[in-house]
Design a protein around this ligand. Structure first.
Ligand code: PLP
Length: 440
């Protein structure tokens, strides 16, 4: 994930210390330019030299509650004082209640959760559970996807970040995506492809794993009938459906989860990021009662020291209560319409905006060097390149204008805290309006 920080400014003492002793992620270390953040409030954060930025991407599409969720901060402090950590064999009130809460807010009969500490671990658990439950070894996922950086999750990831880890874990097979703007396949044709693929693989596929609305690979929203039909196809071939809700989950779409937009209940669902509003690292993998029952007399050979960490669970429980009490999920849907209209204004004003898409407060602005022929500014492999491309430069320019927006390959990813106001959206759109002159 590119973050607009590639400028060569002089680093202060803390930033230099950090650069010397801490690895930057997904980066050539010579290019890492850490920026010290000293304050945050609402949708804004401030660096050590006093520059304030509007957070138009919720950091890495995870700060769904913004930067002043005092209920979550208080719950963390209370739990840390009461009992910071107990081994997973013990339970706490917050862990039990969070498990029950997730059964309440997730769709259908999903009811029992395995806790971990990140999105990638949530996906690893989903893959293992699917393989144990079905007794099969293969996972079908899609090319334009990201599922995490650890061995299993990066193997099922389709985007170029997987290349350095290949050949990866055996049994990871990739399918094309529902990407109406940029693929030669129509979205529903891409589904036929998966159907045929599962048929040709015989009865050997444990699960089909998808982001219901693709996140970092460009906010790809499938047609309404896509996800329900995908579930049918998976089941027809004896495979489970796993929905990776790590980025789309917790209100971003105006629904609790991306799969709620399509009224689909998967067999297994993964969560992280917005689960705690990013106040604590926490991952969760929830399954149906049938899958849960299977492990009554078959050992669940999986676990982590910090599975169900009390402080993280306290944060998760308080975050979900905040979404509920402040009506943030519905709010994201309503203010998402305003965001969409303002992004449409940008598209009208800037020829380099090729496509805009999304749901609620989860939107992508895809840039193109030739709107008619839909030519991207860079290759997908540019993600691995040392050179910045025009889309990076647009994000850098927005940052210089005081708005932080993440970008990936050809797409600016707009995913602000669900608390954002119309005035704040206007402010960010003004910054993007200036920045997009670079790509026009
Ligand atoms: N799954 C999806 C859909 C994601 O977007 C991400 C991260 O961006 C992950 C999994 C991995 O999550 P984490 O970075 O917490 O390991």
């Amino acid at each position: 994930m590119e973050t607009p920080m590639s400028d060569r400014r002089a680093l202060n003492d803390i930033e230099q210390l950090d650069k010397r002793h801490v690895f930057g992620t997904w980066a050539y270390q010579s290019q890492v330019q850490p920026r010290q953040i000293t304050e945050s409030d609402g949708v804004r954060f401030t660096d050590a030299s006093g520059h304030e930025f509007l957070d138009f991407s919720g950091q890495l599409m995870c700060s769904n509650l913004g930067h002043s969720a005092s209920g979550v901060a208080d719950a963390i402090a209370e739990q840390a004082a009461e009992g910071a950590y107990f081994a997973p064999g013990f339970t706490t009130e917050v862990r039990a209640k969070l498990g029950a809460k997730l059964a309440e807010v997730t769709p259908g009969d999903l009811s029992k959760t395995f806790f971990s500490t990140s999105g990638t671990e949530a996906v690893e658990a989903a893959i293992k559970i699917a393989k144990f439950y079905t007794g099969k070894d293969k996972i079908v996922s899609r090319y334009r996807s990201y599922h995490g950086a650890t061995a299993g999750s990066i193997s099922v990831t389709g985007d170029p970040r997987r290349l350095a880890a290949e050949p990866g874990v055996p049994g990871a097979i990739k399918a094309p995506d529902p990407y109406a703007y940029g693929s030669t396949l129509d979205p529903m044709q891409s589904l036929d492809y998966i159907d045929e693929m599962l048929m040709l693989e015989g009865d050997t596929v444990a699960a089909v794993l998808v982001e219901p609305i693709v996140g970092s690979n460009g906010i790809l929203v499938p047609p309404d009938e896509y996800l329900p039909r995908l579930k049918e196809i998976a089941h027809e071939h004896g495979a489970l459906l796993i929905c990776d809700e790590v980025m789309a989950g917790f209100g971003r779409t105006g629904e609790w989860f991306g799969c709620d937009v399509f009224d689909v209940t998967p067999d297994i669902m993964t969560m992280a990021k917005g689960l705690t509003g990013a106040y604590q690292p926490l991952g969760a993998t929830i399954v149906t009662p049938e899958i849960a029952d299977y492990f009554e007399d078959t050992m669940l050979t999986h676990g982590h020291t910090y599975a169900g960490h009390p402080v993280a669970c306290a944060a998760g429980l308080a975050a979900i209560e905040t979404y509920q009490e402040e009506g943030l999920i519905e709010r994201a849907g309503a203010i998402g319409d305003y965001l969409e209209a303002r992004i449409d204004d940008l598209a009208e004003a800037h020829p380099s905006v090729g496509d805009t898409r999304g749901v609620g407060l989860f939107r992508g602005i895809e840039l193109t060097r030739d709107a008619e022929r839909r030519v991207p500014f860079g290759d997908r492999e540019d993600k691995l390149s040392k050179d910045s491309n025009v889309v990076d430069e647009v994000a850098d320019a927005a940052f210089a204008e005081g708005t932080y927006v993440a970008n990936m390959i050809n797409t600016l990813i707009v995913a602000p805290p669900l608390t954002i106001t119309e005035d704040e959206i206007d402010e960010a759109i003004t910054a993007l309006d200036v920045a997009l002159d670079i790509s026009d």
